[in-house]
Design a protein around this ligand. Structure first.
Ligand SMILES: N[C@@H](CCC(=O)N[C@@H](CS)C(=O)NCC(=O)O)C(=O)O
Length: 122
């Protein structure tokens, strides 16, 4: 049985959770907030990031590596197109979202929050 660690406000966490649900993979969830990462969390996720999963073979982190593991290890609905170009386009979109949308948007949230804090302090 897979245990998914993290928290549901994370897009990366939800990405993995959706794959597990779409493929009907049995799993449980365990709440982990990276701010509270301890030695046990770092042993499973060396950068202390979520999501990570525990499997009977060991722990695995990085959402895209987890997605590829789930797709390869479990039958059922295929999440990756069989046709090579279509599969590459899917990976292109994932990379675009992960690197050029999610990380940039996150930076904007951080700046917005910092700005809100400055206004409150005035
Ligand atoms: N490349 C990682 C990114 C995961 C990530 O950034 N997770 C955030 C929560 S959404 C986190 O754990 N942040 C805490 C930190 O960076 O210390 C993945 O795809 O799993």
């Amino acid at each position: 049985m897979i245990t998914l660690h993290g928290f549901p406000i994370s897009n990366y966490y939800n990405k993995v959770k959706l794959a597990l649900l779409e493929k009907s993979v049995p799993f449980t969830e365990e709440f982990v907030h990276p701010k509270n990462a301890d030695a046990a969390v770092f042993a499973m996720s060396p950068l202390g990031k979520i999501p990570f999963i525990r499997t009977p073979q060991g722990a695995l982190c990085e959402s895209q590596a987890i997605m590829e593991y789930i797709e390869a290890a479990y039958p059922g609905a295929a999440l990756v197109p069989a046709e090579p170009f279509a599969a590459a386009k899917m990976r292109e979109l994932i990379t675009f979202i992960d690197l050029h949308l999610e990380l940039v948007a996150r930076e904007l949230y951080t700046r917005k929050r910092a700005g809100a804090g400055q206004k409150a302090a005035r």
